[in-house]
Design a protein around this ligand. Structure first.
Ligand code: CA
Length: 462
């Protein structure tokens, strides 16, 4: 009730703006892969240059309490696509299940509302043996990129997917590893270049009708399979951009250049929307799927963690893979022309499960209330009231972790150890108050047990 009241008061203070036009807006979601919240200028970064992300924040609304629904790629995307938290999603860790025909994705809601739909980039919600889980069977008219996320590690693979077809590229990977991974010795086709062309072609072809583009780039993810042997440490770029002359190791410069390239993708998208004169009716959303990486600097002798190179976690505890805030807090910026107030910020607590309900409502195809997420359209418009979910939950069975966030309290289970933190006083999750707050611990534990519905959705293993 207190939250409702506060938001109602906030809404009153916002000057009235025109309602969204009757034609539903286009929606472009640019999802970064493993970009830390601290690596964005609009969130405090100073060394890495992210002018296009920062401009999007100046034009739109920046969220300071937005979390992924998982600390790794697959389950975060599962919540985005289906609106369920990881206690109810098909995947609650990478590759441990796949989407079924019966699952209703966000793309299917857009398609049902008459939108053209495209996925460009990384999917990560299917098994190669189960075509019902492939993007075309899950609501996307157009697909270009990687179905499998190990394939997506490789920026110079020998093949890429268009629709259900495999397209041969000119790259040569002499000793390919599983799922199209391995280190290319001939590098001619850089997938971010191909993705940009596909994304721009889709937008151009559909400029006259509503469209939904899920641009799930693999930037700036590391190429896990080559990181210890490649000179660039697995951060595969075609040029080092503004960092070429920096006094940094090649892997560090390469990572910075990957972030730069990611930022350029956002800039190129917005420039295209402007040149087509559809920027005023296109919502642009920029997000990352999880926190900065936990991997170590590949430079011999170094013990540095890559996620710390540029303060990627912004001081929050943990990294990608951890259900501490360093693993799940992400940058999130929404520009809805004529609706979101330029340069505004919101500290409303949201996560990836809420994106599904929000975008479905904007498309005119509201999601059922049985999903976990809630539409935060009232937060974006400043109109109407928005009721926060009473709590948020996370499950990562493969990593033996869970977390519950309720009000000021967050409980994190790491293997068999439960810790309780007061985020108001201790946003860095340093001081465990479990022994001092047994009532809070018991309540959060009961939420964890109650919300874990994997018994209903049995987890399959590869
Ligand atoms: Ca990721």
């Amino acid at each position: 009730m207190r939250v409702l009241l506060l938001l109602a008061l906030t809404a009153c203070a916002v000057p009235s703006r025109p309602l969204a036009p009757t034609t539903p807006p286009n929606v472009v979601v640019l999802l970064a892969d493993d970009l830390g919240i601290g690596e964005v200028g609009a969130y405090g970064q100073r060394e890495l240059l992210t002018p296009n992300m920062d401009q999007l924040a100046r034009d739109g609304m920046r969220f300071t309490e937005f979390r992924s629904s998982a600390a790794v790629c697959g389950p975060a995307r599962c919540s985005f696509m289906t609106g369920y938290h990881n206690g109810r999603c098909r995947l609650d860790d990478n590759d441990n299940d796949y989407l079924r025909a019966a699952d209703v994705t966000l793309a299917e809601r857009f398609k049902g509302a008459g939108y053209a739909t495209a996925l460009v980039g990384k999917w990560g919600l299917s098994w190669e043996s189960e075509p019902e889980s492939w993007p075309q069977a899950q609501g996307f008219d157009t697909f270009f990129g990687y179905r499998d996320q190990v394939h997506a590690h490789n920026f110079f693979p020998e093949y890429i997917l268009r629709g259900t077809d495999s397209v041969r590229l000119r790259n040569v990977v002499p000793a390919p590893r599983g799922m199209g991974s391995g280190m290319a010795t001939t590098r001619l086709d850089y997938v971010p270049d191909l993705m940009r062309a596909e994304a721009h072609a889709f937008i151009t072809a559909n400029a006259a009708r509503p469209f939904f583009l899920f641009y799930a780039t693999n930037l700036p993810h590391i190429h896990n399979e080559t990181r210890t042997v490649a000179p660039d440490g697995g951060f595969e770029v075609t040029d080092l951009g503004p960092y070429a002359s920096k006094d940094w190791s090649l892997p560090k410069k390469s990572y910075a250049a990957q972030v730069h390239r990611l930022d350029q993708e956002l800039g190129a998208l917005r420039a295209l929307l402007g040149s087509l004169q559809i920027d005023d009716r296109t919502i642009v959303i920029f997000l990352s799927d999880n926190g900065a990486t936990f991997l170590r600097d590949p430079t011999p002798g170094s013990t540095a963690i890559i996620g710390d190179w540029f303060n990627g976690t912004a001081g929050y505890r943990g990294y990608k893979g951890d259900l501490y805030d360093g693993g799940v807090r992400v940058p999130a910026i929404v520009h809805w022309p004529g609706v979101t107030r330029g340069g505004s910020t919101s500290d409303v607590r949201l996560d990836f499960t809420d994106l599904h309900a929000t975008l479905a409502q904007i498309a005119g195809a509201p999601a059922p209330s049985t999903i976990d997420g809630r539409s935060f359209v009232p937060v974006l418009t400043g109109r109407g009231s928005f009721a926060l979910r009473p709590y948020q939950v996370w499950y990562s069975p493969d990593r033996r972790q869970s977390a519950v966030l309720e009000g000021r309290w967050k409980a994190v289970w790491m293997r068999d150890t439960m810790r309780v933190f007061d985020l108001e006083r201790d946003p860095g999750e340093r001081t465990d108050l479990r022994a001092r707050e047994p009532g809070v611990a018991a309540r959060l534990d009961s939420i964890r047990v109650r919300e874990d519905l994997r018994v209903v959705h049995p987890v399959r293993r590869r």
